[in-house]
Every structure is written in C-alpha cells, then in structure tokens.
Design a protein around this ligand. Structure first.
Ligand code: GAL
Length: 429
C-alpha cells in the first residue's frame, strides 16, 4: 500500500469532528489481563443476521478456543450498515456501555473518542504485536494525538457493482460489455434491461443503501482529490461536480425497486439473484451472501468497480475498542486479542468477504474476489466511505441519511435535487 495514502484520504474527515466532549476521562483498567478473563463478554455488533452472523461466529469460535471461560453475548441491533448505531449511543449515554463495540475506523470512531467513551488501547498494539503486522498508514490513520482507540478486524471496499449472469441474459446484456466504464454507459445498460421487460433493473435497499449508492456516484463524478475535499472544506458541496453526481444519482434511483424503503442490502441482492433485477451496488460483504448460497463467481455472478470508479478503492474498516466503564474490561481485551489475531482475522475475513487488516496472512488460497480486492487496496486511489463512517461523523451520517431519504421518498424532481444538494452542503459545513 502506498505510504500515507489512507491518512491523506481521511485527514479531512478528522477536521470536521463535531461531537461535544463530555467530562469523564477514559481510564485504562490495570486489572484487565485478558488471559485471566472469565464471565460475560458483551459486545455490540450489527452482524446479527445472514452471512454477517456467520462471520461473527468465526470470531466467537476463536474466542471459545482461546478463552474458554468467557461467555459471549452480542447485544447488537440487527440493522445492516450500522444504521442501528443510535441504539448503542442511547445505551452509552445512559451509562450502560457494553465491553466492546463495532465501530467504523475514521470519523465515526472519532465521535466516540471525542465523547471519551473509548479507552486508549495503544498499549495493546504493543502487547499483541500489532504494529508489526498492520500497514503503517492504517495504524497512522487510527492514531489520534499519539493514542489509538480501536483495532480493525478487516478492510472492506464500498464501490462494487454485482450482477447476476442469468439476469444479464434475461436482459439481453452480454457479460463482457463495458457497462461499468461510466455512469452514462451504465444507464444505457439499465435502459436496455428495462426494454427487455425488467422493470426495476437496479436493486436497492433502504436509506443507508441509498447513501451507499450516492457515495459511489460521488466517487465516479469527482476526482479522488475532489471527493476527499468534500470532507475538509476544499471541495464545494454546492458546486457543479456534486450537482452532476446528484443528477446521476436521481437518474439511477429511477431504475430501482419501489419497495426499497423496506429492504436491507441482502433482500435487495436477492432480487438480482432471482433475475427480477440485474445489478446492485453494494460493499464487498456481498460475496459472503453469494457463497452462503453456493453461487460462484463467473458462473452465477460477476462484479466490477461500481460504474465510473475503476482505479478507486472506497475504503472502510470495521474496528472494535474498549469502552470506558465497560462491565468486564479483561473480557473486552480478550475480544480485542481475538479480533486482531491471525486466527481471528483469517477465520472471520474468509467468511465475511473482506480482506484482513493484518499483512501477514497468505491470501493465495482465498477467493479470486478477495485476492483482487487486496491488490486494489494496494494499488488504487483510496477514498473514504461516507455511509460506513470513514469520512462522516455520526452526526454527518445521520444528516446525510435524512436528506437522502427525504429526496428518495419524494418525486425526485429538479427542485428536490437542489434541496438535497443544499442539505448535504449543510451537513458537511
Ligand atoms: C458495514 C460494515 C460491514 C457490513 C455492512 C453491512 O457498515 O462495515 O462489515 O456489516 O455494513 O451490514
């Protein structure tokens, strides 16, 4: 990976943090020897269903092997894309933190750091020897004033389009044409699919999935530098590039299923698998759902960087920290050991579809997709995901979701595009 690339991508995000600090200082618990941990470990993760739950189960297996005296409980909300984060925040605000929780690396984690709800776990990077195995620029990105508050379990890519080969055939589309070169060529393919009788060829789920689509369109219509500038004030959200992206977004949304408001990402994917739609734009947790159905790349499905984003890697990483005042800090540390260990990152990522954050895992027997993703991560321009907390704070994410949802439930008319653009500009002001 190119030195400092992620830092460049995320530095802007760090500048726009806005959560008010509360008064309690984080305290490192000196009694928290993970080796001696017993009792209940409570975490909060939204990996509660489908292929995501299978990934989490791999981590629990490693936990049970390494720490047999710990009982694992996930009290997370079952909402994809982390859209249930408000449940966690309510609990934290009420003084009932779990021991550890899933949080995206970047601006989103920064919110909890600012609110002093996360402990400094830099010492665990030494204890677990993580500085030797995580890419330096990833560790630098996680470092705030010399302290590190979370440990990544994986790295995901957001800007991917998935297609069903059966649906392409039904739509009269070849499996090799360059639909993904630009948003406009993709729109031409969607038109063709419509003409072939597939009414809603682009499958999508609820608000967070729509924000996810929007971020990939921004990645397509802005250069990487312009896109990064959206989060440090150097790119104008009210400018022409963003307007072009919003026009494209509105057009793309017109090809999507009317029941989108009720669906999470996996049911949207099922529409593609049932050939009721042809494509879906979603992160690379998707192959896990395809594997779970025994569907094969090249036989049943294809993928490409989402339209117009070849050479760009939309970055996000899940990470875990130790909560301030969590009930069982020793068990929390055991969890951080597990999610960062070679065994944990191997078992988990193989099933989850992501790539390990650790660089000492041999991927040569992993899926084609994962090997390709690992190459892209090393070579492509890295830009931070909005929906998945790398670029946007929780407040900005909430405001983005509200603006997008207001737009997509209304007739997506020109006047409403202007309102969407204005609301986004305000969210990142
Ligand atoms: C992302 C998360 C992924 C996956 C996805 C869908 O925010 O980083 O690991 O869980 O949501 O729920």
């Amino acid at each position: 990976m190119r030195p400092r690339k992620i830092i460049a991508a995320l530095a802007g995000a760090a500048l726009v943090l806005s959560m008010a600090a509360c008064t309690k200082d984080p305290v490192v618990d000196p009694t928290g020897d993970p080796g001696a941990a017993t009792g209940q470990l409570e975490i909060f993760s939204w990996w509660t269903a489908g292929s995501e739950a299978l990934g989490l189960a791999e981590l629990v297996k490693v936990l049970n092997d390494k720490y047999p005296d710990i009982t694992f409980v996930n009290n997370g909300a079952s909402t994809g894309g982390g859209s249930g984060k408000d449940v966690l925040q309510t609990r934290m605000a009420a003084g009932q933190p779990p021991d550890s929780f899933q949080v995206h690396a970047g601006a989103e984690a920064q919110d909890y750091i600012t609110a002093k709800q996360l402990e400094d776990v830099s010492y665990l990077y030494s204890e677990f020897k993580l500085n030797d195995v995580f890419p330096t620029d990833l560790v630098d990105m996680l470092t705030k004033d010399g302290k590190i508050y979370t440990i990544p379990s994986n790295v995901h890519r957001s800007n991917v389009v998935w297609a069903s080969i059966a649906a392409l055939e039904k739509a009269g589309l070849s499996t090799t044409d360059a639909y993904y070169d630009s948003i406009d060529s993709f729109i031409a393919a969607l038109d063709k699919a419509k003409a072939a009788g597939i009414e809603f060829p682009l499958a999508i789920g609820t608000t967070w999935c729509q924000v996810h689509l929007l971020e990939t369109v921004l990645m397509a219509d802005l250069t990487p530098a312009q896109y990064r500038g959206l989060f440090d004030g150097t790119t104008d959200w009210r400018g022409a590039e963003v307007k072009k992206a919003l026009d494209h977004f509105a057009k793309l949304m017109s090809y999507t299923n009317a029941d989108r408001g009720d669906l999470d990402w996996e049911p949207a994917l099922v529409k593609v698998l049932d050939a009721n739609a042809v494509f879906t734009v979603m992160g690379d947790w998707t192959p896990a759902a395809l594997d779970a159905r025994n569907l094969k790349e090249g036989v049943d499905w294809l993928w490409a960087p989402s339209p117009g984003t070849k050479g760009i890697y939309g970055f996000l990483a899940d990470s875990f920290g130790l909560t301030t005042g969590g009930p069982n800090p020793a068990a929390g540390k055991a969890w951080l050991d597990v999610i960062s260990s070679k065994e944990g990152q191997t078992g988990f990522n193989q099933v989850k579809g992501s790539i390990p954050a650790r660089t000492d895992i041999d991927l040569s027997t992993w899926s084609n997709y994962q090997q390709g993703a690992s190459e892209s991560f090393k070579n492509d321009a890295i830009v931070p995901s909005i929906q998945h907390g790398a670029a946007a704070t929780i407040a900005q994410g909430n405001d983005t979701g509200a603006a997008v949802s207001k737009f997509t439930v209304s007739p997506m008319a020109e006047a409403n595009i202007a309102t969407l653009q204005e609301e986004l500009a305000k969210a990142y002001a």
